[in-house]
Design a protein around this ligand. Structure first.
Ligand SMILES: [Zn+2]
Length: 409
């Protein structure tokens, strides 16, 4: 077919004009697509998976795409992906917070506040809580003052944050202690960097399995094909975990996922601090400032142990100081949904227990008392948030205070 000359000319012109734009779009678009297309496809494959159980474990693929959209300032586009993700993992408060932000942006204020409130009440991580503060018209807890000299005239509880401690949690603990014991409670931040961990479970777990795994013929063959240096795997724990995960992924993706999860868990449980190490650090730090009325209690998220134990919730030296760790009270540590109210309650009971010892009291044996010794977290949860009559009266005499009589559960 013959085309009229003018028309051909116009088409050439159009093509020439359009070409630079097409080329530009092609260049950036191509780069973006190379990143975005697989992320989007992976997220959508999880969303269209009819099996909720499988999809639940793959929900991180949705979050990856949401994070991508979020960092590229495409929050509104992220909404439907966040909603799908939360349908599979509703207790993820970080993405609940992000959904609240989108809803607020879309002027769905009541819905935004509903989500924000749940995040504010439940999250045990400061980050999601910070995201929703504006929606709720709340302010962040100000950083605590560094430890300083105060000559308290009467017994005063001095809490010192050791390491990174959630400020809201500490503030809520402070309030609970004041309300119940009627004592003044001061919170300080530490002055310097805390000591390094004394032991690591991650390292010891890997050391236990490494030689037998590297001796497996299948693993050996895999390493040879991939040209991976075995001697490096013997010294580099991260590389060992990464390589073994890749090996497992070839044959059994569930096993790979489990292994990765367990190792990540071992890492969170990995580091432990000896009570004595943190105690000496706390004593040294408080030495220039304290007087006899300081009831000194360190609060930390570091996992604690003492000689010949796997862990302890706390350590105390009567009439001197105590340190409480809330690591093992967190939802993440126990594979439970987060719940800050529960976390504060666990921490408060531990405080009451330790506080009695700090003031020289003997262990209590009455189960309806925060001061009985729990062997497990379940037993700790079973204790009430108050002292039995005997402990209460003893503490009242020791500190010359009047403790609120609790409403029984
Ligand atoms: Zn008691």
């Amino acid at each position: 077919m013959k085309m009229p000359k003018l028309q051909v000319f116009c088409m050439v012109l159009l093509a020439c004009c359009a070409l630079p734009f097409v080329a530009a779009a092609f260049n950036t678009g191509d780069a973006v697509n190379a990143v975005e297309t697989p992320l989007k496809a992976a997220a959508e494959s999880v969303m269209t998976n009819p099996n909720n159980v499988i999809a639940g474990s793959d929900v991180s693929l949705i979050w990856k795409y949401v994070d991508y959209l979020w960092t590229n300032d495409r929050q509104l586009e992220a909404k439907k992906y966040i909603e799908s993700g939360l349908a599979l993992a509703p207790f993820n408060y970080l993405y609940q917070a992000k959904l609240a932000l989108i809803l607020a942006k879309q002027d769905s204020n009541a819905a935004a506040i509903d989500r924000a409130r749940i995040v504010y009440e439940k999250s045990e991580d400061p980050e999601p809580v910070k995201l929703v503060l504006n929606i709720l018209g709340k302010k962040d807890v100000a950083p605590f003052k560094p430890i300083e000299k105060i000559d308290f005239a009467s017994p005063t509880v001095v809490l010192v944050a050791i390491g990174k401690v959630d400020r809201i949690l500490l503030k809520e603990l402070q309030q609970k202690i004041t309300d119940y014991l009627g004592l003044e409670v001061v919170v300080f931040s530490e002055l310097s960097n805390p000591p390094e961990a004394d032991r690591s479970l991650f390292t010891s777990e890997i050391n236990k399995m490494r030689s037998s795994i590297l001796a497996l013929p299948d693993v050996g063959a895999y390493l040879r094909t991939k040209k991976i240096n075995v001697s490096q795997l013997k010294v580099d724990n991260e590389l060992f975990v990464q390589t073994l995960t890749q090996f497992l992924e070839q044959n059994n993706s569930t096993a790979a996922e489990d292994f990765k999860k367990n190792m990540a868990l071992a890492k969170t449980r990995a580091q432990q601090w000896k009570y004595d190490t943190l105690r000496d650090y706390l004593i040294e730090m408080a030495k220039p400032f304290r007087n006899k009325n300081w009831l000194l209690v360190g609060i930390t998220e570091y996992d604690l142990y003492i000689e010949n134990t796997n862990f302890v919730f706390a350590g105390t030296n009567p009439h001197a100081q105590a340190i409480i760790s809330y690591k093992r009270f967190t939802g993440d540590f126990n594979n439970e949904p987060q719940n800050r109210k529960r976390l504060v309650s666990r921490l408060f009971k531990q405080f009451l227990s330790v506080f009695g010892l700090l003031n020289g009291m003997v262990r209590c044996s009455f189960p309806e008392c925060a001061r009985v010794f729990p062997k497990t977290l379940a037993e700790h949860d079973e204790k009430p948030e108050y002292l039995c009559n005997e402990c209460r009266q003893t503490l009242e005499k020791l500190l010359k205070i009047s403790i609120r009589t609790p409403t029984r559960r």
